[in-house]
Design a binder for this molecule. Structure first.
Ligand code: PNS
Length: 161
């Protein structure tokens, strides 16, 4: 069975241009990408689920090939429910490899049909992460070209910059 659709799961706390770069690359391979936001009640996010969904819906509103959704619980259960077997993840550096490799193999173990495709972002974003973005804004720095305009605005609101 070939895959026309793929799921790109993540926390998106918040969305960065690195995520967008991976989605654009994914759309060269897949007809449709479902950006699936994790809702984990145990985890403390800077942006709550509604804010993360609002940012994603706003950013991708003009592209019918990008769907925004959320899920709770195991990724493989969500994939089964949506009848999608391909997961897209970005691989920035060797440091990502270990955790991504472990997740891909564990997901395959949980659901043997699931395949994970790793895409390499532009070098411009190879050092970018949501965690660093939050830290930089929190400390009064600004990296507007690294995040969409809406994220920049919301981060400034959160940290009263
Ligand atoms: O953006 P992130 O935080 O790197 O994304 C991690 C994510 C959401 C892909 C991963 O934590 C996940 O799939 N969580 C859902 C729970 C699950 O399925 N855990 C087992 C993974 S092997």
């Amino acid at each position: 069975m070939t895959n026309k659709n793929a799921v790109y799961p993540g926390s998106y706390d918040p969305l960065t241009n690195g995520h967008i770069d991976i989605i654009e690359r994914g759309l060269r391979i897949f007809e449709k990408i479902t950006v699936a936001v994790l809702k984990n009640p145990q985890k403390k996010y800077l942006f709550d689920l509604d804010e993360r969904l609002e940012i994603l819906n706003h950013t991708f509103k003009d592209n019918p090939r990008i769907e925004v959704d959320c899920f709770e619980g195991l990724l493989v259960d969500y994939l089964n429910k949506r009848e999608i077997t391909t997961v897209v993840r970005g691989l920035r550096a060797i440091s990502d490899f270990e955790v991504e490799f472990q997740m891909a193999l564990m997901n395959r173990r949980l659901s043997p049909d699931v395949e994970t495709i790793f895409l390499v972002p532009s070098v411009n974003y190879s050092f970018l992460s949501s965690r660093l973005v939050k830290e930089i804004y929190q400390l009064g720095g600004e990296i507007r070209p690294m995040v969409p305009e809406l994220v920049d605005r919301k981060l400034k609101e959160k940290y009263r910059l």
